[in-house]
Structure formats: C-alpha cells, structure tokens
Design a protein around this ligand. Structure first.
Ligand code: ZN
Length: 575
C-alpha cells in the first residue's frame, strides 16, 4: 500500500471492530479478567492458548506465537492484503472508506466504482461462459475438448469464449446497465476513433478470480495463429498482473496441502488440477514477481516450481528460485523429463506420475543446471562444473545440506575435499571464529526479568498510564522494543506500529511487549511500577558492565588496570 489512511479514521475503524467480537465470529472465547481465551485458529490445539487482550486490543497465541491487531487477525484468517482487510472491517462497521491521498489509481476511485467493476467482470465471465454452449462458441469449445477437458472441467474453472464480432460483450453489458466508460476502466472495452469495441475477440477465456471469489480480470487465449497467443486484462484499478495469481480461489481452500505448485500457464493449471494435483496456481503472463512470492508466503511455507522442461522453462525456474528464496520461502523444482510441459506430462502419466517425479531442492537444481552447457567427459568441463558448483555451495546456509552436496561433488569431480573447500571459501566446520565476546556477553546478560521489565514499561506507555518522558529509547535492549518506545514516545498509536510489521516473529515480540498484565489502574501505582522496571533494567546493565570490566582487568596492562578499577569504583558507588 503506498497511501496511508488517516490515523483518526483508522482508530475509529479499530474501535468499531472490537477484537474480541471479531475473533468470536471465528472462535468461541471465554473471558477471564481483561483477557479472553480460546483455541487458536492458526494451529491445531485442544487446550486454549490463544488470548485476546481486550484492553490493548491485541491477540497473541502462546502456542504458535502469532499476534497482532484486529486487522492482522482478519488478514490472517481471510488471507487478505492489508487494504482488503481494512475494507472488510469498514463494511462490517458500516463505515465509508476515506480517500487515500497518495495512492494513484485507487485514490481516484470511489468504492462504488470498484464494486461496479467487479460486477461488470462477473457479468462478463457469465456471458463468456454461456457463449461457449452456443454456435458462436463452438470453436472455443472444440479447442478445450481437444486439450482434453470435459464439460465438468470447463464449468469448474468457469471457462468461456469471447464473441468474434467487435462488440458482442459491449452490447450485452450495456443492456445490463454498464456504461462503456466503466467497461474501459475495467479493461473489457476499448475506444478508437470515437468507436467502442470489445477488448477480447474470438478467444478462449480464463477468468482470473481472487481468493474471495471476485473476478479481477481475464486471460484470453487465441485459437489458431492469432497474435498475441495470450491476451490478459491490462492494468486496472482492480487487476494488477504482478500481484495476483491464477486459481487462487481454489488454493485458498487448500492450505492444508502445505505447499503450492507454481506453473506458467492457465492450461497447465487447469490440466494439473483436472488430474487431482492440489495447490496449483499460475503467474499471470509475466515472470514470477516479488509480490506474487509474498502472496504465496501468506498461504504456505513451500513452493514447487513446475515450469516447462525446456531450456527457457529451466532458466525461468532458476530465476523463480532466487525470488522465492529472497522472500524466505522454501522452494523445490520439478524437472519435467524430455522437455515436456506440465500439461503434456500429466496427460501421459497421470497423478501417480506427477507424484513420483523428483522434487529437487534449490541447490540440487542449481547444480543440475550448472552442467547444462558443459561436456562432463572432458577435464575442462569438469573443472568448469566444480567452479560453478563451489559458487552455488558458498551461498548455502544449512551446513548439513552443504556437507551432503560437498561429498557428492568430491565423487563427481574427483577433486580433493580440501581444494573444494578452499574454493568455496568456507572454513572447516568448527573452525568459524567465535562471536566477539562483548556481543555474547550482552545476550547472556539480558535475563528474562529485564525483558519483562521492558514489556511492562512499553505496556504502561501504550496505555498512557505514565508520563512519556519517564523512559528513553536507550532503556530498551531488543531492537523492536527500542523502535516501539520511540513510536509510543512520539504519541503514535500502537496498532499502526504492529500492523506495519511484516515479519511474524518480530510482530509477536511487539505484541508481547504490549500485553504485560496486570497494569495498575491508578496512575500513582503505574508510575511506581515503571520506576521498579527501570531499576531492574539499570541494575542488570550495571551488573553486565561490572562483569565485563572484571574480565577486562584480567588481561589488561598495569596502566589500563588503573583506569578500569576507577570505572568499577564509580559504578559501585552510584549503584
Ligand atoms: Zn496458535
């Protein structure tokens, strides 16, 4: 999201959607004090470890450590982007969405206009589908039959045909009350020399439907030799081909599979799914983007790249691997034999064949590809391969996996293990230098009660029970605590801070920091609690520094020792 919603509007949205009420629509909750408890909707459990803090308006699961505000909750439960979660909550509270000041496109659109575009797309999808069963759609229907689909597959994916004339869809949608200007904005119609005409003519139509079941746009495949082979809806206020995925409406219900299968084409998706492969989604006519990788990460931790088995497909798979890994997804690659594409392969070998195919981990696949243009029967080829392989292994993070690949590389290339290791530039296991003493010390010296003290301070600050100038960012040790302290001291709402954190572990830390309980209701008691917390934090820091000085004295010269003793004295006196 590039524009921001006004803070005042956001806090009204939060207050009109009380977290315990929204959560109760999904999970039964029981109240105990200011907290509500229930079984976590994000992981399987029989005893309630999911808690809603009604005062701070934050949830936190003590089992899987997910946490956040009501917006995070809706994003997670409904698999929505931030803005869509906001829209859903605004609907729920009967609030009108304000205009975003700095988001181009979306800002100029009223809510009604977006809704009208979704309506027009839905009506267009119905029209294309119904045309398939008439004489006008016979060509498209035969094309789909030729590709091995039957009527029930065609219905399941809502496939259709666009009319061959210039304005069949336009005429139909105008009869339904849609203005050509709106259809142009939705990417369904075009205007040239003052004349309106359909965007899609004489094509097989694949509706692109999001997880909430709304038609965002279309992919249209030419029959015969018409160009371009695939025509997609252009960018519209509701369709961005870099951000969406085909068949997400199915994948939405298949999270339990644990991975997604990423393909390049609509037909590959339909075909794999027809044979029973679950979790299949496709990019929308472009190479995989970061946005799509992030979208997938919200559903599953792992993606299987299932591109064509020919050289262009293999190159694209390598690029997709990089993007998925950068976004922190585990990735595997299916290498279809004999240059086949997923559609050909599954038709010939069925689901069992697909399941039996090896799924290469990232490094194995990169090593496989590293041999592509080399003659491994020559010494030169083997040397080139060894160099490339070392560069690949150098980037591996898991030492056990690296060790396995290294052993294979030794036997494959005949090079000595030591030589390969030197090329990789990695030291032998165990030979990595220990982390610097001061860093190790700081971590050991941060006992849990210091962290609890920091949490209490942040909770007090967020609840405005203590004066803001009572603490300094420097009183906190965890980076996320420091940032949160700065945020709260600037009098900004805690919810916004939480919602801006994408990393779940970090968000859990921030939520934890705001969930300290019980907070004294009286200001005087709150201030006393804060003073105790500051005392704990400062004492523990002083202890850590004292330990450090003592150990420094052991290795110091006489002159240095004098200075260190003086520091120690000064610290003990102030303590
Ligand atoms: Zn949980």
């Amino acid at each position: 999201m590039s524009g921001r919603l006004p803070d005042a509007w956001m806090s009204e949205l939060r207050s009109r959607n009380s977290l315990e009420e929204v959560v109760s629509e999904y999970v039964p909750l029981k109240q105990k004090g200011r907290r509500f408890w229930g079984c976590c909707p994000f992981h399987n459990e029989k005893t309630a470890s999911f808690s809603v803090d009604s005062e701070a308006q934050l949830y936190y699961c003590f089992g899987c450590h997910k946490g956040g505000t009501v917006i995070n909750f809706v994003m997670e439960m409904e698999r929505l982007e931030f803005m869509d979660a906001v829209r859903l909550l605004a609907d729920r509270a009967h609030m009108e969405l304000p205009e975003l000041v700095s988001t181009p496109g979306e800002a100029r659109l009223t809510r009604d206009e977006r809704e009208r575009m979704y309506d027009a797309n839905r009506e267009a999808a119905r029209f294309f589908h119904s045309l398939l069963w008439t004489g006008e759609g016979a060509g498209a229907l035969n094309y789909l039959y030729d590709r091995g689909l039957n009527d029930s597959d065609i219905r399941r994916f809502g496939l259709g045909a666009s009319p061959g004339d210039w304005d069949g869809l336009l005429r139909h949608l105008k009869e339904q009350g849609f203005e050509p200007e709106l259809l142009e904005k939705a990417g369904l119609a075009n205007r040239r020399d003052g004349r309106w005409f359909d965007m899609f003519r004489g094509r097989v139509m694949f509706p692109i439907i999001n997880a909430q079941g709304r038609v965002l746009g279309f992919g249209g495949r030419a029959m015969g030799d018409a160009q371009p082979k695939y025509l997609n809806t252009a960018e519209t206020p509701i369709f961005n081909k870099r951000q969406g995925l085909y068949a997400l409406n199915f994948a939405h219900k298949e999270r339990a599979v644990g991975h997604l299968v990423l393909v390049e084409g609509y037909m590959d998706t339909v075909s794999l799914r027809k044979y029973g492969v679950q979790g299949v989604v496709a990019t929308l006519g472009t190479a995989l983007t970061e946005e799509q990788a992030r979208l997938m990460k919200r559903y599953v931790p792992e993606v299987w790249i299932s591109y064509d088995g020919d050289p262009p497909g293999q190159k694209a798979a390598l690029r997709a691997l990089d993007i998925l890994e950068q976004q922190g997804l585990a990735a595997k690659v299916i290498d279809y034999p004999g240059g086949m594409d997923p559609d050909d392969f599954v038709k010939a070998n069925g689901l069992a064949g697909f399941e039996a195919l090896p799924k290469h981990d990232a490094a194995s696949y990169r090593l496989l590809r590293a041999k592509d243009d080399l003659d491994m029967t020559t010494q030169d080829g083997v040397t080139q391969y060894a160099l490339r392989a070392c560069a690949i292994l150098k980037k591996m993070k898991n030492p056990v996996e690296m060790e396995n690949h290294l052993r294979r590389l030794v036997s494959e290339t005949g090079y000595d293990r030591e030589i390969l290791l030197r090329q990789i530039g990695a030291a032998q296991p165990g030979a990595t230098p220990p982390p610097r003493r001061t860093i190790r010390r700081a971590q050991e010296a941060a006992p849990t009660d210091t962290l609890v003290a920091e949490q209490a301070l942040l909770s007090l600050l967020a609840a405005r029970r203590i004066p803001r100038d009572m603490v300094k960012p420097g009183d906190f040790s965890l980076p996320v605590h420091v940032e949160l302290a700065e945020w709260l001291m600037a009098d900004k709402p805690a919810g916004t801070f939480i919602e801006d954190i994408e990393d779940e572990a970090r968000r859990a830390q921030a939520v934890g920091a705001l969930s300290y309980t019980p907070l004294p209701p009286e200001r005087e008691d709150a201030v006393r609690l804060a003073e105790d917390c500051l005392q704990t934090i400062r004492a523990s820091r002083a202890d850590a520094r004292t330990d450090e000085i003592v150990s420094e004295i052991a290795g110091a010269s006489e002159a240095q020792k004098q200075a260190l003793y003086q520091q120690l004295d000064a610290m003990l006196r102030t303590d």
